[in-house]
Design a protein around this ligand. Sequence first.
Ligand code: ADP
Ligand code: MG
Length: 265
Amino acid sequence: MPGTAPLSPLLDVRDLSVSAAGRELVSGVGFTVRAGERVAVVGESGSGKTLTVSALLGLLPPGVHAAGSVTVDGVEVVGTPESRLRPLRGRVTALVPQDPGTSLSPLSRVGRQVAEPLRAQGHSRRAARARAVELLGQVRLPDPPALARRHPAQLSGGQRQRVAIAMALAGGPRLLVADEPTSALDVTVQAGVLDVLRRVTDERGTALLLITHDLAVATSVCDRVLVLRSGRLLADGPPAAVLSARDPYLSELVTAARETSLVAA
Ligand SMILES: Nc1ncnc2c1ncn2[C@@H]1O[C@H](COP(=O)(O)OP(=O)(O)O)[C@@H](O)[C@H]1O
Ligand SMILES: [Mg+2]
């Protein structure tokens, strides 16, 4: 589209605050994510990661309010009614949840669930099924046609998370948001899922906002790391700068990260 500011960021967060019952839980957070960029949001448990990304997606729980500004592909999210945000979901932004149990139905075959958003976009049943099998292959699941016929309970945790990623990709989003997508998985399985996130975003030029309490996970996938502490942004920079910072909170995150096998010492 000529003239539509291709240089403006895909996600632009300015002075974002999130409050509940008069208490400010996230304060004055600002950052941008450009098309194709992979950015991690890191912080200890309770630092405000989930509330921040929920605010970006317009998915805050009842009684929790955002102030400030968040634009996604130029559309203001803060204060915008649900009905106007719905068209963005799946197509501009898509969420990979922590627990694929929350996005996968136990009752329906995996292929059908991945095909569902494609059907909703107007693809024929046959085209949607074929595309779903293709997506299952792109997240490196073995024997996609056979896997598509299984139910979620017949898959491992790592396989279910790959299916959730395939579902999130189905609408062709420009920004994938993943909130602790590997926290429930053991380290070797985790590495495989992170590799899939890295590859699928690379291949498509999809931006990634990866939320994790684990700095090792963040630096293994992302080009930039944002650090949250007590609802405030403490750092925003390339992994090397964050890893070498002399802040005690960051040192603690680095020490915790070195205990896992993913980060270079
Ligand atoms: N729905 C809610 N109502 C009130 N407080 C909340 C709610 N959700 C989270 N909080 C509080 O906000 C802070 C940040 O939570 P959260 O964003 O979930 O942290 P993180 O994802 O980094 O672990 C925590 O102190 C948490 O207790
Ligand atoms: Mg969280």
